[in-house]
Design a binder for this molecule. Structure first.
Ligand code: ADP
Ligand code: MG
Length: 142
């Protein structure tokens, strides 16, 4: 899937992503700082009917959300993580293999722990209001 979008189109785009990749649990969000990864994740969360953001002890790395349908989902931002041991300490693999959706910013930092199959979403800046997104299912060749 490939699309160029502005912020008012985010809601529609989020719905399309959820429809197209309904089975995928591990979503990687790639793209430079400020390109719109968090903005897109928030929009997808609202599409999923997130009602509650649970406070987490490791808030800076993982946010846990609950939807109206009582589904849990996890939003990670590894940008500030110093080393991969921190990922082990928060029980990263328990999250990734929980069967709940995981939305991951800066997955480049924790490649050792990523599941073999994931949805990869890349966002690029077109201009100040416009972004280009590609989304594809990926399988790592080990
Ligand atoms: N089409 C767009 N999609 C997403 N964000 C956009 C778009 N156009 C402008 N923006 C702005 O770009 C910024 C993206 O910030 P953010 O989502 O925090 O980026 P990241 O998480 O990738 O660092 C926000 O200020 C947002 O308002
Ligand atoms: Mg962000």
């Amino acid at each position: 899937m490939e699309v160029t979008y502005t912020e008012p189109e985010l809601e529609k785009l989020s719905g399309q992503l959820l429809d197209n990749f309904v089975e995928e649990k591990i979503w990687l969000f790639m793209g430079e700082m400020g390109v719109g990864k968090t903005t897109l994740i928030k929009s997808i969360c609202s599409c999923l009917g997130v009602i509650d953001e649970m406070t987490s002890p490791t808030f800076s790395i993982v946010n846990e959300y609950v939807t109206e349908a009582h589904e849990e989902l996890y939003h990670f931002d590894f940008y500030r993580m110093e080393d991969q041991n921190e990922a082990i300490n928060i029980g990263i693999e328990d999250y990734f293999f929980s069967g709940h959706r995981c939305f991951i910013e800066w997955p480049e930092v924790i490649t050792d722990f990523l599941p073999d199959k994931y949805l990869e979403i890349s966002i690029k800046l077109v201009d100040v209001n416009t972004r280009h997104l590609t989304a594809a299912f990926n399988e790592r060749n080990l």
